[in-house]
Design a protein around this ligand. Sequence first.
Ligand code: MTE
Ligand code: MO
Length: 383
Amino acid sequence: DPYSTDPPRHPALIVNSLKPFNGEPPPALLTDNYITPSALFFKRNHFPVPQVDPSKYRLQIEGLLGGTISLTLEELKSRFPKHTVTATLQCAGNRRSDMHKAKQVKGLNWGVAAISNATWSGARLRDVLYHYGFDTEVTAKARHVQFEGLDLDVTGTSYGASIPLNKAVSEEGDVLLAYEMNGEDLPKDHGYPVRVIVPGTVGARNVKWLGKIIVSEEESQSHWQQNDYKGFPPGTDWDTVDYKSAPAIQELPVQSAITQPADGSIVDSNMEEVTVKGYAWSGGGREVVRVDVSVDGGKTWHVAEFQNSEEGQKPELSPPPGQAWAWKLWEITIPFPEGAQELELVCKAVDSSYNSQPDTVLPIWNLRGVLNNSWHRVKVKVN
Ligand code: MTE
Ligand code: MO
């Protein structure tokens, strides 16, 4: 069993698939902490977790003048300043189960918790590339930076992805070759010893167990860049889909979801009010500026309060425009209509570009069930 060496996992994780391991925390636990504890951070593996001996680990870099560069873990840690970023990762398939309910899709049946937030530390990809001779003039034709993992499918092909070169080398991009998560060595499930963190970009490009970096004219030719993790129109089905016709997902759209109360739960009518909690986040470093919450299916709306993050809510400490990589947790207590038997709780977020979420899922339905950012709706009974 190639999975016999996989690490132990937290028993609270809701398992979507055991081999390979895919799990998410229960929604109510997810928003108990601004920084998700590593053990509860959602886990999305395509293959067995590779066993990497840190003393034998080499990171290879190709596509720069002067041939292939090979770096040890110690060299990566000692040659480059350690940079720390708080960034939220979200799988493209987060909230797929709600899209599936509207109309069948193919993919792991994620709930609302294929998203988590952590602090990541490592070398900036930019510093490493410039150190080894990256230069916009000599590498004039390069447009992408490809990543290959050390995890392999049954045919021996590694997981791979790429990001635009601009994102990889920009000073504001904050792309990391991370060797720490939440102040400790990366856990095995999250890419030990080194993974890429591409803040603001879909989880799939944050390649774990990083073995190789390639500066290239081309996107990654991997299955996950070319034939998966793309969005399609609602009318496209498996007979008509042409993967070449759509771009690979990079930055994700604005998202929010309710984590408490749980769908189907019962609230006490004597309370006459309900406390609703959740998260909100947007891709591309766009800051969430507002979360609207309704208890009557969207007829009337209330503005939620953001909870204090570790950085605090002081404006001088908030991230520079375009670098809001971390989610916001929010909460609001709303009185409900007298005599109501059932409440339909709804949330929607607005980001700094005034992007907002679509009210229903069918207009954004796609066969792979990705990019579901429709208003999140939760029904509770009043007793
Ligand atoms: N990197 C490798 N090498 N192998 C993988 O299976 N899964 C990707 C990405 N990086 C994956 C990978 C996907 S689809 C997601 S959503 C994130 O890792 C999940 O990161 P996490 O498991 O740390 O939450
Ligand atoms: Mo993912």
